[in-house]
Design a protein around this ligand. Structure first.
Ligand SMILES: Cc1cc2nc3c(=O)[nH]c(=O)nc-3n(C[C@H](O)[C@H](O)[C@H](O)COP(=O)(O)O)c2cc1C
Length: 208
């Protein structure tokens, strides 16, 4: 498959075969991730493979608790539509615990960037390092991992829905220096979803 075929063949997979892919492919995925560009080459991204059943169970419990709290709040509001929506999104989060591989990606502290240098020189008011460049970098790491996984015949799915159910992921996992951004599942696909529609090039691209 050429590059375009690989990226076009990739689908979000939510049902996996139970077999584990070869463990050395984990390093292969991360090796591809780290080739991504980053602001001033700061490489502000961390990738955690969550293997411990104890930690997975702790996350799962927190996810159920988070969902139940949201459902209770909906019940009080009498908001049935939102209740259904929460249950749907819960299903789009909960499957991550049945995937052979589960990763967490997030931003980690790194050298000061341009925004911080400007602030330190007293040239801007902005006290916080801007998050956007680091978040973009997480996306670039993900893109490389997803493409490599597709080339290896692995299914993957990026998940951010769990973040809405579990507010304290770092605390539960004991990760003091990570701002979690998304989970990523991977494994051999046990489903073959159709390609969802995409906007045509002309709708996305504007020449001005
Ligand atoms: C940032 C991001 C967050 C996503 N969050 C979830 C999620 O929480 N749960 C889920 O099942 N899919 C999630 N997805 C997958 C999308 O639903 C999927 O990419 C989209 O429907 C297009 O399908 P495709 O990936 O098969 O092309 C997410 C994708 C991205 C890029």
């Amino acid at each position: 498959m050429d590059f375009k075929e690989i990226i076009a063949s990739r689908r979000s997979i939510r049902k996996y075969k139970p077999e584990n892919p070869p463990e050395e492919w984990v390093e292969e995925l991360v090796d591809c991730a780290r080739q991504a560009p980053s602001p001033s080459n700061r490489q502000p991204v961390g990738i955690v493979k969550i293997e411990s059943e104890e930690r997975k169970n702790a996350l799962h419990e927190a996810m159920v608790k988070g969902r139940d709290e949201l459902l209770d709040a909906c019940e009080k509001q009498g908001n049935k539509k939102m209740k259904n929506r929460i249950n749907v999104y819960y299903r789009y989060a909960d499957f991550m615990f049945s995937a052979p591989w589960l990763f967490l990606l997030g931003t980690v502290s790194s050298k000061p960037g341009f925004a911080e240098h400007l602030k330190q020189a007293g040239l801007t008011e902005d006290g916080n390092q801007e998050q956007a460049p680091d978040d973009i970098t997480v996306g670039l790491y993900l893109g490389n991992m997803l493409s490599k996984a597709a080339e290896l015949g692995l299914g993957t799915c990026v998940l951010t829905a769990p973040m809405k159910f579990i507010p304290n992921i770092s605390e539960i996992l004991g990760l003091s220096d990570m701002q979690p951004k998304c989970f990523l599942t991977a494994g051999y696909p046990d489903e073959d979803p159709k390609m969802p529609t995409r906007k045509p090039v002309e709708e996305i691209l504007e020449r001005i």
